[in-house]
Ligand binder design. Structure first.
Ligand SMILES: C[S@@+](CC[C@H](N)C(=O)[O-])C[C@H]1O[C@@H](n2cnc3c(N)ncnc32)[C@H](O)[C@@H]1O
Length: 251
């Protein structure tokens, strides 16, 4: 695996790229047109409830600036705006295809002043230290090529006292649910995903990436080692997904 950074220009501007990041961006570019439909379809629309629960983690906070990392088609950014009305939300992502769909949704809802989307890599967020009151990621950390760097970058750009909220797939602890989850994720989802998205790779990548990703206590300890305090883990729907939240106590 070649992780060397090149400064080659790509079609979406003058952005440093490496091969792995470019491959992930390309994969999401390809499925962007079908992403929202498949997301809701495969999760029986439960993903909307999970995002709402993630937004709940920010209730009661003074929110001027919010950052949504790996914002994709901006579902979480839109949910935060509709529910909490922060001053401004910035969404960043490495897939221009996903950002384009996200911008269209933001325009449709007339929220262009409140939410802006831009290219941004989790490993080198294009913002100053101590900028945001909250940082969020939904189903994105699993794709970061450098998890610790991504968590560290969110820690850096948060203001002191700021909160990070991460929603991600996890593996159910209960053996019966785990078997059902495996069957669905490894058999049904890749097959239907391939048919509907016309992309053979993306819906094989999804279960593989979930399987190999740290969850529960292991992910909590990664957040703690990146500086977050008071980290909580909240399993959702038998542990198929989890919400992790933590505070930046000091710099
Ligand atoms: C499964 S989608 C999640 C999108 C959205 N947050 C949601 O809730 O539906 C994962 C997103 O992570 C983005 N992504 C992957 N690696 C990234 C990185 N290093 N920096 C920023 N975004 C990244 C992908 O382009 C994709 O849009």
């Amino acid at each position: 695996m070649d992780l060397s950074v090149t400064t080659r220009k790509n079609i979406s501007g003058n952005k440093p790229q490496n091969k792995e990041r470019a491959a992930i961006a390309q994969m999401f570019n390809k499925i962007a047109w079908r992403y929202d439909f498949l997301n809701h379809f495969f999760s029986f629309h439960i993903d909307k409830i999970w995002r709402r629960k993630a937004v709940n983690e920010l209730c009661g906070r003074q929110l001027d600036k919010v950052l949504d990392v790996a914002t994709g088609t901006a579902d979480l950014a839109l949910a935060i705006q509709k529910r909490l009305h922060p001053g401004h939300i910035t969404g960043v992502d490495i897939s221009e295809g996903m950002l384009t769909v996200g911008r269209q949704k933001i325009e449709k809802t007339g929220l262009e002043q409140q939410i802006s989307l831009e290219y941004g890599d989790s490993a080198a967020l294009p913002f100053n230290d101590l900028t945001f009151d909250a940082a969020t990621v939904a189903f994105g950390v699993r794709n970061f090529e450098h998890l610790e760097k991504g968590l560290g970058e969110m820690f850096r750009v948060l203001k002191t006292g700021g909160k990070v909220v991460i929603l991600e797939f996890s593996i159910p602890q209960n053996r019966i649910f785990r078997s059902i989850f495996h069957f669905y994720f490894f058999r049904i989802l890749p097959f239907v995903g391939r048919l509907v998205s016309k992309d053979a790779h993306a819906y094989n990548y999804l279960p593989d990436s979930v399987q190999s990703f740290p969850h529960g206590a292991e992910f909590k300890s990664k957040m703690e080692s990146c500086g977050f305090s008071g980290v909580t883990v909240r399993p959702l729907t038998f542990g198929i997904a989890s919400i992790y939240a933590g505070i930046k106590q000091n710099t």
